[in-house]
Design a protein around this ligand. Structure first.
Ligand SMILES: [Zn+2]
Length: 266
């Protein structure tokens, strides 16, 4: 029986059923930004618990303690690592080991997300096209006419973008963004949170994660949209990513109307 009291781990369904205030309290304790849409907070909190469980099991194993007491839910932990792209073949063993530690919940909790893109590698449309075509997000026929594709069209609905140099992971940098699924939709459930890990030298996308239904399979339209938007800002020479819309405007929850920038405050 998982309650907030024992070991602090909650089942996915229990997290889904929390009221907003309680969910936000859990997020604050865990370091997940409360400005995320509700469904994204649930997913990332759940992953964060799973990561902590995995670490506990590892610790128990290292200390030669039975892992029975360390954890309960095992089956719900799949799909945590960011997915691969063909670029992964170019990484050495050390880089691969580093890469798999960059799970979405770990990325969500990083404090040094920034609007500054003065020192970003060259992220360009060609490498994004390669990445999306490989993941079947755009078809081969769309390779030439990618400006007609859904991810390119949807770049206008990307907001709350941040860049992270990942100082502790020299081979990689990361992009975080939120993307509304539909043009008119501003409701919480239509806003996805996504992360893309890129090669710190070449700027090529390596892998990513999105809170949408297919966001665990390397790439989706939201990641594509965020990448195209990001590449557009880099190419335009702007030193900063655009500021975020007010929290309530995006989430539609009516809370947090102060437009608090959760990242800048920490
Ligand atoms: Zn997505």
């Amino acid at each position: 029986m998982a309650t907030a009291g024992d070991a602090g781990f909650l089942a996915y369904s229990a997290l889904q059923n929390l009221d907003i205030a309680t969910l936000n309290r859990h997020c604050k304790v865990d370091g997940i930004p409360i400005t995320y849409p509700q469904h994204a907070k649930v997913k990332l909190l759940f992953m964060s618990q799973a990561t902590q469980q995995a670490k506990m099991i590892q610790m128990c194993k290292t200390m030669n303690i039975s892992t029975d007491g360390c954890t309960t839910a095992g089956s719900e932990k799949e799909g945590m690592s960011p997915k691969w792209s063909p670029h992964i073949d170019t990484l050495n063993k050390e880089q691969l080991e580093d890469y798999v530690t960059l799970t979405p919940d770990v990325l969500a909790k990083l404090k040094n997300w920034s609007k500054s893109i003065k020192e970003v590698p060259d992220v360009n449309d060609f490498s994004i096209k390669m990445y999306l075509a490989n993941a079947n997000v755009i078809s081969e026929e769309m390779f030439r006419t990618y400006k007609l594709s859904k991810p390119y069209e949807m770049r206008k609905h990307v907001h709350s973008m941040f860049y992270n140099k990942l100082p502790d992971h020299p081979s990689f940098v990361a992009l975080q963004a939120q993307s509304n699924s539909e043009q008119s939709a501003s409701a919480d459930e239509n806003t996805e949170v996504l992360f893309v890990i890129l090669d710190s030298q070449s700027g090529e996308p390596v892998g990513g994660y999105c809170t949408c239904a297919i966001g665990r399979s390397q790439a989706c339209v939201h990641m594509g949209a965020a990448l195209f938007s990001f590449a557009g800002f880099i190419a335009s020479g702007t030193p900063e990513l655009p500021s975020d819309p007010a929290f309530s405007e995006v989430s539609g929850t009516g809370t947090g109307t102060d437009g608090e920038n959760h990242f800048a405050l920490r």
